[in-house]
Design a protein around this ligand. Structure first.
Ligand SMILES: Cc1ncc(COP(=O)(O)O)c(C=O)c1O
Length: 362
């Protein structure tokens, strides 16, 4: 296929074309260094400028000040599942988890290996077709923190309003909806996200952490797992995934050009609207997995009347350039991942395809 397609993959996923073109244009010679950004030293002033700019851009987009740091780490969001309890689940405290999906469960399971844990809420009994209601969440005594997953990539659900637990540190895995809409980031003690959905390429994980937590890291923790050491070294304690950070920085600039979080939120609402409206007006031919109140603007999950039709849908969609629509096995059916970089035209094309497919098959 010579043309670019509409890429609905859940991650790695679509990256803005303008960003890829910009990276291409300076791939061989980054800012007159005579080298690719992949070849320059991570200690060079050019690379340090990229890291500083990326941190400043994320803080700027989220309206955060000097009481927060932004770190660029490795190991994916999955490494954070372990790093968070390793740093903050101390003797006599209990890590609280709200389990609203598969990754939330994984993060909980890692904490179980480290210390005392408590499931403060779970939507397992409804196959995670919604997030927890505030009144369903019950914290343990002496909570070290409460961990939530802001968007459940596999199930297609998303918190519309974040719960408030007062002084208990709120920690969120925002891997699949970070920087997709405005929210009060100052309510969170720690936010983390693998970059490969809304922020660019795989290989870098963003951690946004409140400064006061950095003082709480016990001395016994190995260097590469220490938030305080990573912060002290401005994410350059060891060689970072430099190309991924560079591309992430370009994605952040692109996001600013889209009108920041307000602008991208309007874009995301409109995009998701094309697909959800098609589901809702299909007389049941398409049935959404998520309850309406928890519908994700990032991952849209739905079923067709039978699995043969689902297979035909996926293969015929791919033939017309709508790729990556197969759902995860725990939900089945279709999942359309429509992160920030998915253009409106992609969602419009998917909605049109859905209407045509229904006409041809009912
Ligand atoms: C919500 C969420 N958390 C964590 C992960 C795991 O991320 P990684 O592969 O970067 O470890 C994913 C991956 O899809 C995810 O969607």
């Amino acid at each position: 296929m010579s043309e670019r397609v509409f890429n609905f993959n859940p991650g790695p996923s679509t990256i803005p074309l303008e960003v890829l073109e910009e990276a291409q244009s300076e791939l061989l010679n980054y800012q007159n260094t005579g080298m690719s950004v992949m070849e320059i030293s991570h200690r060079s002033k050019e690379f340090q400028a990229i890291v500083q700019e990326a941190e400043a851009q994320i803080k700027g987009l989220l309206g955060l000040g000097d009481d927060y740091r932004v770190l660029f780490l490795q190991g994916g969001a999955s490494m954070q599942f372990s790093m968070i309890p390793t740093n903050f689940l101390t003797e006599g405290t209990v890590a609280n988890y709200v389990v609203t999906g598969a990754f939330a469960k994984k993060s909980y399971e890692e904490a179980v290996k480290i210390g005392q844990t408590h499931i403060a809420g779970s939507t397992k009994d409804v196959n995670h077709n919604r997030v927890s209601l505030p009144e369903e969440i019950k914290l343990s005594d002496s909570p070290a923190y409460v961990h939530i997953t802001s968007n459940n990539t596999i199930f297609g659900t998303q918190w519309k309003e974040f719960p408030d637990f007062g002084d208990v540190p709120l920690v969120a895995d925002m891997s699949s909806d970070i920087l997709s809409k405005p929210f009060d980031a100052s309510k969170f003690a720690l936010i983390y996200a693998g970059a490969q959905k809304n922020l660019g390429p795989a290989g870098v994980t963003v951690v946004i952490i409140r400064q006061d937590l950095l003082d709480k890291v016990p001395d016994t923790i190995p260097s590469m797992l220490r938030y305080d050491l990573m912060a002290k070294n401005d994410s350059l304690y060891n060689t970072p995934p430099s190309f991924s950070i560079y591309l992430l920085n370009l994605v952040l600039k692109w996001l600013k050009g889209q009108g920041g979080l307000e602008g991208i939120a309007a874009h995301n609402e409109e995009k998701a609207g094309y697909v959800y409206n098609t589901i809702d007006s299909s007389n049941g031919f398409y049935s959404g997995h998520a309850e309406k109140s928890s519908r994700s603007l990032m991952n849209i999950t739905f079923r067709l009347p039978n699995e043969d039709l689902e297979k035909a849908f996926i293969s015929q969609a791919a033939e017309v350039g709508l790729k990556g629509l197969k759902g995860h096995r725990s939900v089945g059916g279709i999942r359309a991942s429509i992160y920030n970089a998915m253009p409106k035209a992609g969602c419009k094309a998917l909605a049109d395809f859905m209407i045509d497919f229904q006409k041809a098959n009912s």
